[in-house]
Design a protein around this ligand. Sequence first.
Ligand SMILES: NC(=O)c1ccc[n+]([C@@H]2O[C@H](COP(=O)([O-])OP(=O)(O)OC[C@H]3O[C@@H](n4cnc5c(N)ncnc54)[C@H](OP(=O)(O)O)[C@@H]3O)[C@@H](O)[C@H]2O)c1
Length: 386
Amino acid sequence: MEALLSSTTLPLKPLHIPNSISSKQLTFASNSFKINPKLSRSKSLQSSSLPFKVVASSQAVPASAETSTSTTTIPSKMKAWVYSDYGGVDVLKFDSEVSVPEVKDDQVLIKVVAAALNPVDFKRRLGKFKATDSLLPTVPGYDVAGVVVKVGSQVKGLKEGDEVYGDIHEKALDGPKQFGTLAEYTAAEEKLVALKPKNIDFAQAAGLPLAIETAYEGLEKAGFSEGKSILVLGGAGGVGSLVIQLAKHVFGASKVAATASTSKLDLLKSLGADLVIDYTKENFEELPEKFDVVYDSVGQGDKAVKVVKEGGSVVVLTGAVTPPGFRFVVTSNGEVLKKLNPYLEIGNIKPVIDPKGPFPFSQVVEAFSHLETNRATGKVVIYPIP
Ligand SMILES: NC(=O)c1ccc[n+]([C@@H]2O[C@H](COP(=O)([O-])OP(=O)(O)OC[C@H]3O[C@@H](n4cnc5c(N)ncnc54)[C@H](OP(=O)(O)O)[C@@H]3O)[C@@H](O)[C@H]2O)c1
C-alpha cells in the first residue's frame, strides 16, 4: 500500500510516514489533483470600489509605529476584512487601516499570501458562538498560508522568510483570536503552524489546515486504523474530501465509501473512494453493509448510527448526536501538519480547491456567500492577498 512505511520516529499514531520518496511517487506527486488555472492569473485588488473604515484594536501596535526587521519592513496598518456586529455577509467590511497585530513571545507574524474559509467562519460571524468568542470587531479567518516576517523571543523553530501554513486559532470556538487571517498580516503561535509543503502553492496550502486537522483528529478519536472500513458522509466538502484521502492513503482503510450529489461522484473516486453513493438517488442507511467507522460531516448523526458495525465509531462534526456517535471540536495543532507534510509532498494527499475560486481579496463577500450555499467543493480559498 502506498506510503505505509516506517513510523518509528513519529509520535502520532497511526501515521506511517514514508522514509524516502521513490521516483514513482514523485511522478504521482506531479499530477496533483487540480491546479486551478486561475492561480496563475494575477487578480489585482480593486480597492477603489471598497468601503473603508478605521477599526480600533486592543492588541495593536501604536499607530505611528513601523517595525523594521532584518529583511522586511512591517507597516503599522494593513488591509483586512472586519465585522463589528454579528450578522449576515453584509456585516463584512473592507478596511485599509487595521492595526497589524502585535507578536507575542511564542508567536510569529505572517505576511498572508492566501487564506481559506471554513463554515465556522460564518457560524461565528452569525453570532452562534457569542458566549465564548473574542471581542468585536473581528477579523475573520482561521486558515493561512504565508511568509514569516517576524518572530517572538521564544520562537525556536521558525525564522523570517519561512513559508508556513496553519490554523491560527487553537480552539475553534473557545476564545479564537480577534485578528484572523483575512488580512495582510496575522499572528499565530509557533506550535499552530508548520512549514508549507514544498510542492504545493500558497493557495493550495491555505485550504488545508483546519479541514485536514479535523479529518485527522476525528479519524484518530474514532480509533480508525489499517484494514478498517469507513463511510464518509459529505465526501466532497472541505473536511470530507480529506477524510477520504487520509483514510485511504494514510491510515490504510480496507474500504472507503462516501456520499455526494451526482456531479461530484467522480471527484470522490479520484480521491480514493471505493464506493460512491449519490445521496440524491440512494439512502446510505439502506446499504446492505455496515462500516467500522462512519464520519459524518453533514449533520446526519441519526442515520449514521444505522450503518455502523456493532462496536464501531460514529464521528459527528455538526448537528445532533445519537449514541454511539460522538462529536468533537477540532484543536489546531501544527504537529499534525508536520506529520502529514510527507504525504502532501509525494502527492498522496491532494488539496481540493473549489472551482469557483480562488477568490481575490476584494471578493471575500462573494466567497462567503458561496460557502454558505453548503455546496462548495473542497475548499473556498482567498488568493491573492495583497
Ligand atoms: N466539529 C469540528 O471541529 C468541525 C470542524 C470542521 C467542520 N465542522 C463542520 O462540519 C461541517 C462540514 O464542514 P466542511 O468544511 O466540510 O463544509 P463544506 O466544505 O462547506 O461542505 C460542503 C459540502 O457538503 C456536501 N453536502 C451537503 N449536503 C450533503 C448531503 N446531504 N450529503 C452529502 N454531502 C452533502 C456538499 O456536496 P453536494 O454539493 O454534493 O451536496 C458540499 O460539497 C460544517 O457544518 C462545519 O461547521 C466541524
